[in-house]
Design a protein around this ligand. Structure first.
Ligand SMILES: Cc1cc2nc3c(=O)[nH]c(=O)nc-3n(C[C@H](O)[C@H](O)[C@H](O)COP(=O)(O)OP(=O)(O)OC[C@H]3O[C@@H](n4cnc5c(N)ncnc54)[C@H](O)[C@@H]3O)c2cc1C
Length: 435
């Protein structure tokens, strides 16, 4: 391995690998360093890998719609030799139940109109066409098991749903990171695994490289933080936290894998499902298996993780509460006695929008704060970070004059100031995994 690189990328998850791919295509000699055994073994491996286009902020909707094109055309995007195993993108479509948590999707539909992303309104009486046996009673607001009225209807019916035909899920998120790594390697990128960064070194007021826990020093004029739930530690190592108005924190999440409703095989015939009334989400996993996660209702305590290296792996009542809340909508859903699924971490920012930015240390960049909702955007994030890095290294001041980015598949321009570390907390955010 050469000891000099154009850029070091800390992390080889779906984000770090996508950045390597895009910089390597531009001729940069990149090195990804990851303390894990292989690509995507961090939080990416636990991702529900849902591809959807609705967010609460228009730039993010546009980013996600652009990203959808890459998942649809994955083989062409990564251009790997025939025979290399690739991810499968399952286009189930996304059924989103209207409710207070998504403001009945009024603003979302306006944003979809702006970006040209198709959707269909589904009246309440037609939701059963998608979800046989569905319970259309309103349950909002979600409650805790210790509260009176937990899982009891609160009166009236939900206000319908919206179906987004362009959406689905990726069967193997870890393989997505691996595919991006392989694609980057085909352009000369290098990956170093089982190697932990202990220090971000500086010289003459600029980043100079990193030092590993085994003492090895690796030099580069550019270092990019793609450290997922470990991002705040890396920002602290680089001494750039004071210059950030938005911080990031690891957040513990439990995702359930259960057999699904008795009256139809959600795992084989279901949709990506998100509910603005019960504040839950679900998607098919495989025939006979349903994947369930939380929509982060305000009543639930936020489980911040101070040390991402010692995450509590056991399931707690978070698992049961999520499954019971989904069972409100699916009366035929049995609640298994034994918890199965994954325990993992989001890297949550103050407003649950990511940070894609430079920093106050010249040469140090960050792609972090992905808040449980940026797997789907990774192919585009690779391009965005390559754009920010190449322009800022050429002297552009992204803080004073925020760059824009042309989303070529949907032919729209977004303001990258939306993802600045110096932004004010975005009041339009859902402050949840919806972003
Ligand atoms: C349970 C769950 C469900 C999700 N569901 C969805 C979804 O449905 N749709 C969606 O779009 N998004 C979803 N997400 C979010 C998405 O998966 C993440 O945003 C994305 O995977 C983050 O990728 P990453 O590369 O930034 O982080 P990671 O995959 O965590 O990679 C960071 C890497 O950095 C390495 N690292 C950290 N510190 C160091 C160090 N000091 N030295 C060396 N290496 C280091 C780690 O080993 C790790 O491999 C979900 C996330 C989770 C956890």
């Amino acid at each position: 391995m050469p000891d000099r690189h154009d850029a070091i990328i800390i992390g080889a998850g779906v984000i770090g690998s996508a950045i390597a791919f895009e910089l390597a295509k531009l001729g940069w000699r990149t090195l990804n360093i990851d303390k894990g055994p292989d690509a995507g073994s961090g939080s990416t491996s636990a991702s529900s890998a849902i591809i959807r286009t609705y967010y609460s902020v228009e730039a993010s909707c546009a980013l996600a719609y652009e990203g959808w094109h890459y998942w649809r055309d994955w083989a062409a995007h990564v251009a790997l030799p025939e025979g290399v195993p690739l991810i499968r993108y399952n286009e189930t479509g996304c059924l989103v139940i209207k409710g207070p948590a998504n403001k009945n999707l009024v603003h979302v539909k306006q944003m979809m109109d702006h970006i040209g992303c198709p959707y269909e309104d589904v009246p309440t009486e037609r939701i059963a066409d998608y979800l046989p046996g569905v319970d259309v009673q309103a349950y909002y607001p979600p409650k805790r098991p210790e509260d009176d009225g937990f899982c009891e209807p609160t009166g009236g019916q939900i206000a319908g749903a919206v179906f987004f035909p362009q959406g689905g899920f990726v069967n193997d998120p870890k393989l997505a990171a691996e595919n991006l790594k392989q694609a980057a390697e085909a352009h000369g990128a290098i990956f170093l695994f089982r190697a932990a960064v202990a220090e971000v070194r500086q010289a003459d007021g600029r980043v100079a490289g990193v030092t590993l826990t085994d003492g090895r020093q690796i030099d580069a004029p550019v270092v990019i933080n793609a450290g997922g739930p470990w991002s705040s530690r890396l920002n602290a190592m680089a001494g750039v936290v004071e210059g950030m108005n938005i911080s990031t924190r690891a957040n513990r999440q439990e995702v359930a894998y259960i057999p699904g409703p008795r009256n139809f095989d959600f795992g084989a015939k279901g949709y990506v499902y998100s509910d603005g009334d019960t504040e839950t989400y679900a998607r098919p996993e495989a025939p006979g298996v349903m994947c369930i996660g939380s929509g982060d209702p305000q009543c639930d305590p936020r489980e911040w993780v101070d040390d991402p290296d010692s995450l509590l792996q056991e399931f707690t009542d978070q698992w049961t509460v999520n499954v019971m809340r989904v069972a409100q909508r699916f009366p035929e859903l049995p609640i298994p006695g034994q918890a199965k699924g994954v325990v993992a971490m989001y890297d949550v920012s103050d407003d649950w929008l990511p940070i894609y930015d430079t920093s106050d240390l010249p040469g140090f960049y960050m792609a972090c704060g992905t808040s449980g909702n940026q797997f789907k955007n990774a192919p585009v994030v690779g391009k965005i970070m390559a754009h920010i890095v190449t322009r800022c290294q050429a002297g552009h001041d992204h803080d004073a004059d925020p760059l824009t980015f042309h989303l070529e598949r949907i032919d729209r321009v977004i303001d990258l100031g939306t993802y600045s570390r110096k932004r004010v907390v975005n009041p339009n955010s859902s402050f949840s995994v919806i972003g």
